[in-house]
Design a protein around this ligand. Structure first.
Ligand SMILES: Cc1ncc(COP(=O)(O)O)c(C=O)c1O
Length: 422
């Protein structure tokens, strides 16, 4: 198990790295510097082992079969939900629905919350496409009004814009808690208060927030939260939709079939279903048991280190990276550089190498530094900032397994490139 002494300054982050088998790899004789965790986090042994155990020892269907394997799978599946509920401080495990990813979580809410005709949905120019498009399409489908709040150029919001946009016709607000492109953390509590004052529900896109900050859904009082399990050391193809139970209960279903029903009668030539409450209502068919078990293990793993400790560690790394990048006239950082309202990532352009993909290729090929290049599924904000999405931006994202050596190699690699291309 990773070192966990409870105190932030007592965690040996270099020993934490030992939990991640992928970091043991050498490519062309050099270690890897993985700075793409905002896309996909590496997996610790604890998560891999929990999933392997399922596949090796009891690879059966949960919730249906009464044999020993089935019983073990059912128990592990529901324990995983309890772990996740604890991680989010949900008031009950049934408020956590397993999904394939945050995108699916956002789509379920966008398509299934009941919204009266004539109502308004609000979203922002900073959303990931998965946080805006499902709501844009819902508005189109039902002839609802949709209003887009424009982020400021540093990726923050003017709270007055929220006060002006949310009115008594607003029923749903979709907002990214922490941006995957600027890293900006929004004042979620203020936004929730404004929305709730007008009777609107808040869908918080926590894909980037949950892996890097303490997330207490009751404290934030969000109505829904979308989570990418694969960005928080969990398996790929797993997400979570958190919803307050009463909202999940009142929503429409989106998939019908096995495991969603308590009874299905056949009377007078008709098939008559009686549907189960959440979470089963939203989990039709055979589920990703290994994925859920891995998600529970990931939640436990992060909690064993402590989310405050993870946040502080990342900000320490980010601070060093930002300081050096800010000194470089050829680098332009997208979004705020205030680390107190920022997740551990930095997105930038380099004026000596206009295409972000060329920067990422150089860092990868010459230094094994793995960053992300492109528009990061946030086209609107790139257009707003006058950045050609085809040339894109470069994003370096830090996580709990990165260390100061990683930051130094990244900075050296970038400075080498800039030196060679100026
Ligand atoms: C802010 C944000 N929202 C939503 C998503 C979509 O997440 P997923 O890939 O789990 O569907 C991402 C993925 O990068 C993201 O960064």
């Amino acid at each position: 198990m990773a070192t966990c002494k409870g105190l932030i300054d007592m965690i040996d982050w270099n020993r934490v790295r030992d939990d991640f088998p992928a970091l043991k790899r050498k490519i062309n004789g050099r270690p890897v510097v993985y700075l793409d965790s905002a896309c996909m986090a590496l997996k610790p042994r604890q998560v891999i082992n929990a999933m392997n155990e399922y596949y090796e020892l009891y690879p059966a269907c949960g919730g249906r079969s009464i044999h020993k394997f089935g019983e073990e799978a059912s128990n592990a599946y529901s324990k995983a939900r309890e772990k996740f509920a604890r991680f989010l401080n949900a008031s009950r495990p049934e408020e956590c629905i397993w999904t394939r990813n945050a995108t699916e979580s956002l789509n379920i809410v966008a398509s299934s919350v009941k919204i009266p005709a004539g109502s308004k949905i609000i979203t922002t120019s900073l959303e990931h496409h998965s946080g805006s498009l499902p709501f844009v399409e819902r508005a189109k489908r039902d002839g609802l009004k949709i209003e887009v709040i424009k982020a400021q150029s540093d990726g923050t919001f003017d709270i007055e814009d929220w006060k002006n946009a949310v009115d008594n016709t607003t029923r749903l607000v979709s907002v990214v808690h922490s941006s995957n492109v600027t890293g900006t953390v929004v004042p979620m509590k203020e936004i929730v208060e404004i929305a709730h004052d007008h009777g609107a529900l808040v869908m918080s896109d926590d894909a980037q927030y949950a892996p890097h900050h303490p997330l207490d859904v009751q404290d934030f009082d969000v109505d829904f939260s979308a989570i990418s399990v694969h960005k928080m050391c969990g398996p790929s193809g797993m997400g979570v939709l958190y919803g307050k139970f009463e909202h999940l209960e009142s929503m429409n279903m989106c998939l019908y079939g096995g495991d969603t029903v308590s009874d299905v009668r056949f009377e007078n030539g008709k098939i008559l279903p009686e549907y189960l409450p959440p979470p089963e209502k939203f989990e039709a068919g055979l589920q990703n048991y290994a994925g859920a078990i891995g998600a529970g293990a990931a939640a436990d793993y992060l909690q064993s280190l402590g989310m405050h400790a993870i946040e502080t560690h990342e900000r320490t790394l980010l601070n060093v990276a930002l300081k050096r990048l800010l000194e470089n006239d050829h680098v332009k950082i997208l979004g705020t550089t205030d680390i107190n309202i920022k997740t551990g990532l930095v997105t930038f352009t380099v004026d000596t190498v206009p295409s972000a993909h060329d920067v990422a290729t150089f860092l990868n090929d010459e230094f094994n530094v793995m960053v992300r290049s492109g528009w990061h599924c946030v086209g609107p904000f790139h257009y707003q900032m006058g950045i050609d999405p085809k040339k894109g931006t470069v994003r370096a994202s830090f996580y709990l397994y990165n260390n100061m050596d990683d930051v130094q190699v990244f900075l050296t690699a970038l400075e080498t490139l800039i030196g060679a291309s100026s």
